[in-house]
Design a protein around this ligand. Structure first.
Ligand code: 26Q
Length: 791
């Protein structure tokens, strides 16, 4: 196909035709959505050429590929990044300008592809962008959830979940590949390694193009969808309902046995279909299955795709007739595992009964793997009590992380501290057995989306000072550092912030009705709602600050106005997390409606925090809340997005905060609280009594009293307060004093504007390390060893 984005006139002709074909409309009469649809459709079609060229190059040159298996890909909108990366955005702008169409408005007609919950899913999306932009043949593999994660609404301040209708309108970036569908069996029973009478379903792939930045590379994210299979005889209601459920939504309720089975069905679907797909292609190209490790690396994003390990064993042994040892050799040269969790109670495990019922042959294979692994452990003289915790099956559970470590040639953590904790504490027994497998890959973010796309103001400042080379080599923004004391540059950055605050204020006003003061400090905590992330600590300080403003005039006089903004979804069955959302909402109403403090303090919890919301929030922030209990946050990536957009971190020495401080300087961020080591000592010594802290701190007592008066029923939030008083596993009360001081320091620092903007510049200038281009290069050098695509 000729390039219809070559110049504005050719583009205009093609665009007019597309509008006519799709909607029988002219430019003047098309709705914003129709304008969007025509543009997306045209661009997606144009990208076919580069997709084919890329595919052809990879095949003909026998390039090794990485398949990135992930339950989540939190892509957000694709229109802008695809326009920017393809290099066609200027032509489109010129044409739209002639017509008086606002491209920005058209872009906003796209619904987020919200196939994820948080950091793990957004990391996967950033990795796709970076790998394609570095010309590396990396392909995503996941599920096409018809109803995505969920849309969050607040009703009576409580989170309610609604299905995300993101596929109700066509998703222009996907292409169904019916002829590559794969039959997947569940249930049944095993006779001589053969699965008898299974329930068959059909997995149909949909490919979403992934566009490299200015290099002509187009790879894909493959999303599998469950459909009824002609291999299955009885298409009764029960069967059809089951099929429909499998790719309905991400993280369905798994409190029941049926719910657990469904989640495992999902995991098996994209793991088995992904692997079978690879093997079929591999063989179609005339390659030997024994050569699989030469052509593929399977990167496992957390344990959700663990089943690729036994599944690959099954195919090699049962279908390709290789022996166990040869098969195992292939598997362990092909699979690599990334760990994203420290909380050991969060490590995935599956009840044996549920597992064996759904995947009987897979279970047999894992049993055999386990038998052999125990021999390895015995030979290595691992003591019996350790064998018990390390084995692949134990306490009636299949242990996914253990399978991953045993079955992978690489095990990586996602920030320096995290990897150290894995090696020395959480996975120490495995580390002692396989030290060579363990490595660190500190996370990153794609600066194309998280700076170039969302912050044109800052991009312009950097371009004017440094030229444009930093755009393809982010560490070069270090060049900004020499302007740290330059009043003119400081002022430009300040103006950038103000512009971004205004855009956010407008959105928040429209969404919530709350009016925010543009001259206030924007203090933002946006991330999954979880106790370890300590949104509670944040709101306790907010309440304390409010009470102080009402009772301490000296404090009030010196207090610089501050807006506290939250955004988070809570897992639907996570009662405590949902309680915390309700608490923050209730606190916000009291504070926002108090005329005594109104111009000084506001609290907003934005509804349905997602990638698009994030794109407004990060650039508007002055303070980045990264206040997890030290040792619990594997890395964090929001912290990097804030830093790159000129916010200062108020945080604990946890996850990648450690590296942020290393890069930007401790004096340019506000660090507080217990260290990871101190936290672990508290756990070990078992002597923490939160009640004592409470009894000795009047501030906490007043805050608790305030919470009890929030609702007519004073015990409404007792499940939260009692938990703090009796267990406080995440050490909220322990860090309260130190956090309050850190907040006071932040408020005080902001008043010294010269110093503040200097600190901000130091953070931006030293954010170069956190581009995911660096992360992906490291993965490639140490783990994947892929050659680049040259077209
Ligand atoms: C597990 C079992 C059953 C149900 C759900 C899950 C489950 C679901 C989602 C477990 C984990 C997740 C998501 C984890 C996640 O987002 N982790 C984050 O990964 C980021 C990228 O590495 C890190 O920066 C964050 O620190 C980490 O929290």
């Amino acid at each position: 196909m000729d390039n219809v984005f070559l110049n504005k006139d050719i583009f205009k002709g093609a665009y007019i035709l597309m509008l006519k074909n799709l909607f029988n409309k002219k430019v003047e009469s098309a709705t914003t959505y129709e304008k969007y649809a025509a543009l997306a459709s045209l661009l997606n079609k144009q990208l076919d050429d580069n997709y084919e060229k890329t595919t052809k190059y990879v095949e003909e040159n026998n390039l090794k590929k990485t398949i990135y298996f992930s339950m989540e890909f939190l892509m957000g909108r694709l229109i802008t990044s695809n326009l920017m990366n393809s290099g066609y955005i200027d032509v489109v702008k010129e044409a739209f300008d002639d017509w008086g169409i606002d491209l920005n408005e058209v872009e906003q007609a796209e619904t987020d592809a919200g196939l994820g919950n948080g950091g793990l899913g957004r990391l996967a999306a950033c990795f796709l962008d970076s790998a394609a932009s570095l010309s590396l043949p990396l392909y995503g593999n996941s599920l096409r959830y018809k109803k995505g994660f969920f849309v969050q609404r607040f009703e009576n301040d409580q989170q309610k979940e609604y299905p995300d209708p993101w596929l109700e309108k066509p998703f222009y970036w996907e292409e169904r590949k019916e002829d590559e569908a794969i039959q997947i069996p569940y249930f049944g029973y095993v006779k001589d390694t053969k699965l008898i009478d299974p329930v068959w379903i059909k997995a149909v792939p949909y490919d979403v193009k992934v566009v490299g930045a200015n290099n002509g590379i187009v790879t894909t994210l493959r999303l599998w969808s469950a459909e009824k299979s002609q291999w299955h005889k009885y298409h009764d209601d029960e069967y059809l309902k089951m099929v429909d459920k499998i790719t309905e939504s991400l993280y369905p309720d798994d409190s029941t046995e049926a719910g657990k089975t469904l989640r495992l069905q999902q995991q098996y679907l994209f793991s088995a279909a992904g692997i079978k797909n690879v093997i079929l292609n591999h063989k179609k190209l005339g390659r030997d299955v024994r050569d699989l490790p030469k052509y593929y690396v399977f990167q496992v994003n957390d344990t959700h795709p663990t089943l690729i390990i036994p599944e690959l064993m099954r195919i090699l042994m049962d279908e390709e007739n290789l022996g166990y040892d040869e098969s195992w050799d292939i598997v362990t040269k092909t699979v690599a595992y990334t760990n994203h969790t420290i909380l050991s109670e969060a490590l995935e495990k599956w009840n044996i009964k549920i597992f064996r019922n759904l995947l009987p042959r897979t279970f047999e294979i894992i049993q055999e793997m386990n038998r052999r692994f125990k021999i390895v452990l015995e030979e290595a003289k691992v003591p019996a009590e350790k064998v018990y915790t390390m084995q692949l099956i134990g306490a009636n559970n299949v242990r996914m992380a253990n399978i991953c470590i045993y079955g992978s040639f690489s095990v990586n953590g996602v920030a320096a501290l995290h990897t150290d904790i894995l090696k020395n504490i959480e996975l120490n027994d495995f580390y002692n057995l396989y030290p060579e497998k363990f490595n660190n890959k500190t996370n990153g973010i794609t600066h194309r989306r998280w700076l170039l796309h969302i912050n044109h103001e800052l991009t312009d400042i950097l371009n004017n000072l440094l030229g444009t080379k930093w755009q393809t080599d982010l560490p070069q923004i270090k060049g900004l550092e020499k302007y740290k004391d330059d009043k003119k540059v400081q002022n430009q950055i300040k103006e950038m912030k103000l512009a971004k605050k205004r855009a956010l204020i407008k959105k928040i006003k429209a969404d919530t009705g709350v009016t925010l003061n543009e001259n206030a400090i924007f203090d933002i905590q946006i991330k999954r709602l979880h106790e370890y992330k300590r949104q509670l600590l944040n709101i306790l300080n907010v309440i304390h600050t409010y009470l102080r403003l009402k009772s301490d005039n000296e404090f009030k006089k010196n207090f610089y106005p501050q807006n506290f903004i939250f955004g988070a979804k809570a897992a639907p069955s996570y009662v405590m997390a949902k309680g915390i959302i309700e608490l923050i909402n209730k606190v916000s109403h009291v504070i926002n409606n108090d005329v005594e403090t109104n111009d000084l303090l506001k609290v907003v919890f934005v509804e349905n925090y997602n990638v698009t919301y994030a794109e407004f929030l990060f650039p508007a922030a002055d303070l980045s809340e990264q206040i997890s209990t030290a040792s619990k946050e594997a890395s964090g990536t929001g912290n990097m997005k804030f830093m790159l957009n000129g916010a200062i971190t108020i945080g604990t020495m946890d996850g990648a905060n450690v590296e942020i401080v290393q890069e930007a300087g401790k004096e340019n961020n506000i660090i507080f609280g217990l260290s990871a080591e101190e936290v672990n000592n508290i756990y070990k010594n078992n002597g923490y009594v939160p009640r004592k802290i409470y009894d000795q701190d009047q501030r906490l007592q007043r805050v608790f009293e305030f919470i009890r008066k929030l609702t007519p029923n004073p015990t409404h939030f007792d499940f939260i307060l009692q938990n703090l008083l009796t267990s406080d596993y995440f050490l909220v009360l322990k860090d309260f004093d130190s956090y309050v001081s850190a907040q006071e320091k932040a408020n005080y620092l902001y008043k010294n504007q010269d110093l503040w903007w200097k600190m901000v510049i130091m953070n931006i200038a030293n954010a170069g390390f956190f581009t995911s281009d660096r992360t992906i290069s490291e993965y490639n050098q140490d783990i994947w060893k892929l050659d680049t695509i040259k077209i």
